[in-house]
Design a protein around this ligand. Structure first.
Ligand code: NAD
Ligand code: DAU
Length: 350
């Protein structure tokens, strides 16, 4: 093997798409998936990758420093792509400390393990930190986030991701660790856990349950198909400039209520429902505390430097996503049994 790449959080939503892309595209690279398999981690996401000779799974918690040292010692990785995190804003409001531990302390543990392993021999090494546009806070009706935007996080989730970004830069400035940070907008697509807006609403429509739209529904997000995010990570990882940041977005802003109406229309068509059937499930519920009004990314830098742009329109991506959930009802059933029900009742208890 020419290279060994640690990918953390590879059993999660975005991580599984990054693993699939990297393991198939670079057969000469060994791809090692480090994942603790929390409620969001699911090896079913990687069934088609498991048998590849250059793929290895290691169940590992990034809070376990001894285990991290042992894995770095054993594999001597050339690079890390770090996606492991607690990723859901609503859960961060219910239990902020989990986010402090995993997203901040876990990231520092990983940075430290890389630094100790690489022993200042940084030639050919890279720590690629996958972060979010939420670190930049909220936009008004105009303007975009860029790589230069000042940090202004509002939720425990975004504060923990902002802190992790700062630690990544601190390791670059203090110890010379070669790093890159990518800050991406909202992803959607196959394998997303049904706590996030799109898969939650697909699942609720399937089960004819209310669609809980927070507040006035006029919050805006910039949506990107997950496979396009994985492509962007691959490009930046291989061709991005060291110690730089790349903002990634879909050039695709939607107000929540408009997105939900489009989703309802597509679902009705695919389910042969009477038009308006799914829309009738829309229920406005109490707002998310600290809810950021609008996110939108100006992705010019990655577009101009690396030639990246999204490959599918939102309508195509959303249609493929719905089809995936229809074709994978068993997956949906597995992840929504047990603890999911408890979370759902706590989060949406009126
Ligand atoms: P996810 O919640 O689907 O997956 C997270 C993965 O991390 C899971 O497999 C989980 O088991 C693993 N994990 C959690 N705690 C761990 C620990 N202590 N040790 C090892 N593994 C652990 O998340 P996602 O939506 O795929 O997001 C992946 C990354 O991308 C996160 O860092 C997130 O902040 C970032 N991001 C997400 C989005 C989005 O829209 N989902 C957008 C931009 C950036
Ligand atoms: O912007 C990138 C971020 O996008 C990622 O860093 C996060 O990991 C990811 O979870 C996502 O955060 P959001 O909070 O924007 O995504 P979520 O799907 O939770 O919500 C999208 C919008 O829909 C938001 O305005 C809140 C609203 N919403 C969400 C849920 C779950 C509802 O109205 N009702 C809901 O039940």
């Amino acid at each position: 093997m020419q290279k060994t790449i640690f990918i953390t959080g590879g059993a999660g939503f975005i991580g599984s798409h990054v693993i699939r892309l990297m393991a198939n595209k670079y057969p000469d690279s060994r791809v090692v998936n480090l994942d603790a398999l929390t409620y969001a981690g699911n090896l079913e996401n990687l069934k088609d990758v498991e048998s590849l000779p250059n793929y290895v799974f290691e169940k590992a918690d990034i809070l376990d420093t001894k285990r991290l040292s042992a894995l770095f010692e054993q594999y001597q990785p050339d690079a890390v792509i770090h996606l492991a995190a607690e990723s859901h804003v609503d859960r961060s409001i219910l239990s902020p400390l989990d986010f402090v531990y995993t997203n901040i302390i876990g990231t520092v543990n990983l940075l430290h393990a890389a630094k100790d392993c690489w022993k200042e021999n940084y030639e050919g090494k890279l720590f690629h930190h996958v972060s979010t546009d939420e670190v930049f806070g909220a936009l008004g009706t105009t303007g975009f986030f860029t790589e230069e935007t000042k940090y202004d996080p509002h939720s425990p989730y975004s504060a923990s991701k902002a802190s992790s970004d700062h630690f990544v830069r601190a390791y670059a400035d203090t110890y010379g660790l070669p790093v890159i940070i990518t800050n991406c907008s909202n992803n959607y697509g196959p394998n997303q856990f049904p706590e996030k807006l799109i898969p939650l609403f697909i699942n609720n429509i399937i089960h004819k349950k209310p669609l809980p739209v927070y507040g006035d529904g006029l919050y805006t997000r910039d949506w990107l198909y997950v496979k396009d995010h994985a492509e962007a990570i691959d490009l930046v990882f291989h061709r991005g400039k060291l110690n730089e940041t790349y903002a990634i977005g879909g050039f695709n802003e939607w107000k929540n209520i408009e997105l939900v109406k489009l989703l309802c229309k597509l679902m009705d068509e695919k389910l042969n429902n009477k038009p308006g059937t799914s829309e009738a499930l829309i229920t406005f519920v109490k707002d998310r505390p600290g809810h950021d009004r609008r996110y939108a990314i100006d992705a010019s830098k990655i577009n101009e430097e690396l030639g990246w742009k999204p490959s599918v329109t939102f309508e195509e991506g959303l249609s493929q996503t719905i089809d995936w959930y229809f074709d994978n009802k068993e997956w949906l059933q597995h992840v929504t049994s047990g603890a999911y029900q408890q979370y759902y009742e706590e989060q949406y208890k009126g």
